[in-house]
Design a protein around this ligand. Sequence first.
Ligand SMILES: [Zn+2]
Length: 321
Amino acid sequence: MSETILRLAAAAALAGGTLACAPGGESAPESRPATAGFCSDVPRSQYAALERVEVADDWFEVYRVAPAVYAIHEPFQFQEVISYLILGEEGALLFDTGMGIGRIRTVVDELTALPVTVLNSHTHMDHVGGNAEFERVLAMDTEFTRTHARGRTNAEVRGEVAPSALCRALPAGITEDNYHTPPFEVAAFIDDGHRIDLGGRTLEVLAVPGHAPDAVVLLDREAGFLWTGDAFYEGPIWLFAPETDLEAYRTSVARLAELVPELTTLFTAHNTPVAQPSRLLELNDAVEAMFEGIAVGNRLQDGGVEFVFEGFSIILRLDQL
Ligand SMILES: [Zn+2]
């Protein structure tokens, strides 16, 4: 254990408090129970200012967050995950496929007739649930990704559809006993720097390992748009999974901060879709403050530690300190 991390532990221990939004006791995001009371806050206030697009399936809420960019939100499950459909002139990219509770393919088919390619911000279960509904899935060339392409059993993910995880009834056909993450076929493995040409719009894939080994962000340089996945969103950022690599996250966040001068908008994967690029500078400062032992963490009831910053927080496990 490095001296830096020991200082971090000392800072965490000093604070000692607990927060109202303490998460449950599991270390894997997949099995974390819902934060009590989230239903009264969804959809969050930011959505009122966004352009809503009606779709038939009311499990999802769809918002046009930029020209030819749709946020496909699942507000009634505690992850409040957001997938994005990005249209070009000749093709569309679906960045994440959500929980696999509602059928996202139906929503996508309502929004576009273009051929759709899927790419995941990373392969945690709340981002790959609908992958199996699509023929063309790109994936990062990592062992972590290959493992998760095999899907997840009901036992692994049933907590995601427990009554305490939901704000409304499950869609027809999905139950606590049959819900699982279907395996999916990978059409092509890609690496850092891969470009996706949609016709009139090119997206660059940048590897940002840390939260997960196969984490990527998506960059539209011309528009200045960056889709951040779980590398950043305005909420508690979970960095406590066994596969999380804090040193890698630090490096990735520094890389993201360098992009800020050319960005106009961040599109994030949980809670609310739109964030200011300057948040990435704040995130970089926050992560550096954590590593330098300047940031003070609050002990959570489950043994986690939350470092609270303006507009977001970072949650670690005590044994990572
Ligand atoms: Zn994740």
